[in-house]
Write a protein that binds this ligand. Structure first.
Ligand SMILES: *Cc1c(COP(=O)(O)O)cnc(C)c1O
Length: 795
């Protein structure tokens, strides 16, 4: 469309007048952003239609990725980059006196996710389209995504996210493709021609309206679709109280649940799940039926993936459609369903495994409940054949037991593939958490180590590093990121290592500038940037990190001879609004920051920064600027992590435990290019199984720990009295469930080692190069190719 800047400018100005109804002279930055967005969307619309036509005509198998979260961030520059028109557009805008980078700032993050799980879904969409694979996303169009975080007096304050305030230029509302979703009511059962017929009657109905977004592949013609559903009232509400009905209906897609680890037990959450599943399946089947007649062949053309258990109702819902609407028998329906559905497990934290009380599930979703019940009975009968008389064993594996529906059990039984997200995590599933299921269905279990799109997290966010790689290797690595390994031949090339360091320094300057603008704090860009950014959770152990900072502070104050390379500790984390402990840790980090940053004796060596409102667009400035990547979860608790991969790809060195994908990072870079510390997963497990850990012993016997812990409550922090009692209690009274004190000494030791290593700059730069070079494996292109071949069977 626009092959040169002149063409672009002409199109842009014409579009601006048409859509904003203003002359260029009167137009604002918002107008420019909106105009550019529309222009791009139009630019892709032909290819978008063509892609769908092509899929239809070629009758290719397609995958639908169902996820309750998609953490997309901003799309403008992603789309420009993938379309390969960034240069033309940027130059054309410049001619008009407009900076592309300022327009980018106009766009709100699409923050329809909490953290890793939602970001993974976004990276997967990018990889699917970039690999020319027929795969689409299905999710919910929350009116308010994850809350905006402010820090006031050291405390987290939550404001509702308003990402739709100025409209969302990338979406297309398709009201004509709306579907209806029933809740509550009863199931009427009748006999018709010797067959039982089930009808859901007296239901409350809600309209699901799809909003489609184009997913643009990198330099490909493929444009896939992300379909997000919005809840609206049905056209003629039959209810008496129309306003109440409207409010209740719209509530379904009003808010993203701001918690990724706990099942709130809220009816609304279950409503969201069924809303997503029922709407998505209806549209998938409609599209299938335009080409095919025989529902028994459904799984040959369609694959449905459920991202964690939130969309697991896809299993009973597909059964319902096949039995009630398509008139298949149970066994045929079951074969089609299990062959269609595949499931990813994201956590073994027991508090995060979804369970729904029957007393909520059954009345809200009466037909779903009947089907889940039938699935359970048939499954238990099979178990009985294999394990006759073993009541307890069978009960533990049942889908419904003790008035609870266990969503993970349903997901395993009703799918053909169950995957973990890193090698260690999958082993833990197979041999510990889901061991009995693994024994019963050994072939279903497999591993797919997570990945990140190197296009967003390197090409887009760290352009100078990407350019340097291309200069050395040619552009082929962009298609095939594992070719980054060829960088290793420059390991002893001082010129390259210096340029690498210069790029890192420029990125640090950039982040420092951003921090200065926002907080007024000046940081030393020659200090080590030691960064932990991720959701705040006890198992991720931000507490261990801040304890280490407190220890360093004490050490500098007390020991004149103590020397360390200056460090800037940077934190970014949102705490779930109801997560009391997590919020106390945020307050502690900010309290330490205040003390440390204002102490003239230490502040040359130590700075602590808490970045407000950690989100994708901020993350893009953070990863490129890191020297040290903090990945310090209690071993066995972090299923994979993906932040660890983003840091690695940008040349940071990991300080981490042998947890999640850290294990695979270690495997690739070797002992000499990573700092591993702490308990191993089997040791943690041993403590859980057999006891033997006494946190108080570490308190009493390690004076560094005692000093730090005492400072939580002895007036060390001015104006703080019992603020940090809950933290103290979690370690002493609750015996430190996440082994913060147990790993403290090992952590201090490895951090010291990392500090010394940094001072040997030549060596450090080599380490950094090694990390970048070996990061290609963690591209989500590799992950998606594995899913495509091993699970979905798409080409
Ligand atoms: C990558 C990412 C995450 C996941 O980080 P982990 O360290 O793997 O927990 C969370 N939030 C955002 C904004 C991200 O970009």
């Amino acid at each position: 469309m626009f092959s040169n800047t002149e063409e672009f400018k002409e199109a842009f100005l014409k579009k601006l007048e048409m859509t904003c109804g203003k002359s260029f002279a009167d137009s604002t930055e918002k107008d420019h952003y909106y105009t550019l967005g529309l222009l791009i969307r139009e630019y892709v619309s032909t290819e978008w239609i063509n892609t769908n036509e092509r899929y239809r005509i070629d009758q290719v198998k397609q995958v639908y990725y169902l996820s309750i979260e998609f953490l997309l961030g901003r799309l403008l520059r992603n789309n420009l980059l993938n379309l390969g028109i960034e240069q033309v557009v940027s130059a054309g805008l410049q001619d008009l006196g407009i900076e592309l980078s300022s327009l980018e700032e106009v766009e709100s993050d699409a923050g329809l996710g909490n953290g890793g799980l939602g970001r993974l879904a976004a990276c997967f969409l990018d990889s699917l389209a970039s690999l020319n694979l027929p795969g689409h996303g299905c999710g919910i169009r929350y009116k308010h995504g994850l809350f905006e975080q402010k820090v006031v007096d050291g405390y987290q304050v939550e404001l509702p996210d308003q990402w739709l305030r100025n409209g969302h230029v990338w979406e297309v509302r398709k009201a004509d493709l709306s579907v209806e979703i029933p809740f509550w009511g009863e199931v009427d059962i009748r006999e018709e021609n010797g067959r039982q017929v089930f009808q859901h009657i007296h239901a409350e109905r809600v309209t699901a309206v799809p909003y489609d977004m184009p997913v643009v592949g990198y330099h490909t013609e493929t444009i896939n679709t992300l379909r997000l559903w919005s809840a609206e009232p049905v056209r003629y509400p039959t209810n008496q109280d129309v306003l109440k009905y409207k409010k209740e209906t719209e509530a379904i897609s009003e808010f993203l649940y701001p918690d990724d680890t706990q099942d709130e037990g809220k009816i609304l959450r279950l409503k969201q799940q069924y809303f997503l599943v029922r709407a998505s399946l209806q549209s998938i089947i409609r599209s299938f039926k335009r080409q095919h007649k025989d529902m028994k062949e459904f799984h040959q053309y369609i694959s449905i993936h459920i991202n964690d258990t939130h969309p697991v109702l896809a299993i009973p819902e597909l059964m319902r459609i096949l039995i009630d609407e398509e008139k298949l028998g149970w066994d045929d329906a079951w074969e089609v369903t299990t062959q269609t559905i595949s499931y990813t497990n994201h956590t073994t934290l027991s508090e995060a495994l979804e369970k729904w009380p029957v007393r909520i599930f059954q009345p809200l979703l009466p037909r779903m409940y009947m089907i889940v019940n039938e699935i359970n009975e048939r499954f238990c009968a099979k178990l009985w054949e294999k394990y006759p008389g073993k009541w307890q064993y069978i009960e533990n594996m049942a889908i419904i037991a003790h008035d609870q529906v266990k969503m993970a059990h349903l997901a395993i039984v009703g799918s053909h593939s169950v995957n973990g997200v890193a090698a260690l995590h999958t082993e833990i599933l197979k041999y510990r958490e889901m061991h009995s299921f693994y024994q019963f269905f050994p072939k279903k279990f497999n591993n797919k180590t997570n990945g990140i799109t190197h296009r967003s997290w390197l090409l887009k966010s760290n352009q100078s590093l990407a350019d340097l790689i291309t200069e050395k290797l040619g552009a082929e690595w962009i298609r095939d990121p594992e070719q980054m390994a060829l960088l290793l031949k420059y390991e002893n090339d001082t010129d390259l290592l210096t340029r690498l360091a210069d790029i890192k320094h420029a990125n640090k300057e950039n982040l420092a500038h951003r921090i200065f603008t926002q907080t007024g704090i000046k940081i030393d860009t020659h200090s080590i940037f030691d960064i932990q950014v991720k959701r705040l959770h006890a198992y991720k152990r931000q507490l261990l990190n801040i304890f280490h900072v407190m220890y360093l502070y004490n050490r500098i104050k007390e020991d004149e001879s103590f020397k360390m390379h200056p460090r800037t500790f940077i934190f970014g984390a949102k705490a779930s609004p109801g997560y009391y402990f997590a919020k106390k840790v945020i307050k502690l980090i900010n309290t330490v920051a205040k003390k440390v940053n204002h102490d003239p004796k230490t502040n040359e060596y130590l700075k602590v920064i808490f970045l407000e409102n950690y989100r994708v667009s901020l993350a893009e400035d953070v990863f490129p600027a890191a020297d040290i990547s903090e990945q310090i979860s209690t071993a066995s608790k972090e299923a994979s992590g993906t932040g660890n991969m983003k840091f690695m790809m940008n040349g940071a060195i990991t300080v981490g435990t042998m947890d999640g994908a850290n294990v695979e990072i270690h495997e690739r870079v070797g002992d000499e290019n990573i700092f591993i510390f702490g308990l191993r997963s089997d040791e943690v497990n041993h403590y859980y199984a057999h006891g033997g850990y006494q946190a108080t012993e570490y308190y009493h016997h390690d004076h560094r720990i005692r000093q730090v812990m005492d400072q939580l409550r002895n007036g060390f922090f001015p104006d703080v009295f019992d603020e940090f009692e809950p933290i103290y209690d979690s370690l002493i009274m609750e015996n430190d469930q996440y082994f913060v004190l147990r790993d403290f000494s090992s952590y201090v030791h490895i951090q010291e080692k990392a500090g010394y290593a940094y001072e040997k700059q030549e060596k450090w730069r080599k380490m950094s190069l090694n990390n970048i070079a070996k990061s290609g494996f963690f591209s989500s292109d590799r992950t998606i190719n594995e899913y495509a071949q091993g699970i979905w069977g798409i080409k």
